[in-house]
Ligand binder design. Structure first.
Ligand code: IMP
Ligand code: MG
Length: 167
């Protein structure tokens, strides 16, 4: 396993992101919506640094290509919170093609929240097929399959404290 982003670098970056988020949502209540399972480690570390009132919710979703070029959203675990009028921050591990988040954002916006923003630990901009960007992004990575800090390869390596890749 090659280390791509060390634990200390990730911690430092999460502190910076938390500062930005604390500023933006000061005095508000924020729903952190973790996308299972990859976002878990990032969400826990980020949440501990947030100062506003925070609620946790989780969804498990996947996108798949239908016969048309648009992605479709498959919901495996549904939202619990009523998000109407609320501020929602989606927590994701990585934006790859962008299909999942594009569809999810559309789905959530239809429920009339006050705002829906995205925080992702990683982004692979070279792989994007739909237009979507995160409001808070930890690191850009090149087109390599990465694991650790929540991200898996066949459900393994999620517990690694750093981001690595298999040569
Ligand atoms: P997409 O942006 O809709 O293509 O899907 C992103 C999802 O694919 C992420 O939430 C991950 O679960 C998974 N994924 C994409 N790239 C990687 C990677 O390099 N390592 C582990 N999972 C990945
Ligand atoms: Mg995922």
């Amino acid at each position: 396993m090659e280390v791509l982003i060390s634990e200390s670098k990730i911690e430092k970056r999460i502190n910076e992101l938390a500062k930005e988020i604390n500023k933006e949502y000061e005095g508000k209540e924020l729903i952190l919506l973790g996308i299972l399972k990859g976002s878990i480690v990032f969400m826990v570390e980020l949440a501990k640094k947030l100062k506003m009132k925070v609620k946790f919710d989780f969804m498990e979703v996947s996108s798949y290509e239908g016969t048309e070029s648009t992605g479709n959203l498959k919901i495996k675990k549904a939202l619990k919170e009523d998000i109407e009028g609320k501020d929602v921050l989606i927590i994701e591990d990585i934006i790859d093609t962008g299909r999942t988040l594009k569809e999810l954002k559309k789905y959530l916006e239809a429920k009339n929240p006050n705002s829906v923003k995205i925080a992702t630990l990683l982004s692979k901009p070279s792989r994007r097929v739909v237009e979507i960007e995160a409001d808070y992004m930890g690191f850009e990575v090149e087109d390599k399959f990465v694991v650790g800090y929540g991200l898996d390869y066949n459900q393994k390596y999620r517990n690694l404290p750093y981001i690595g890749y298999i040569e």
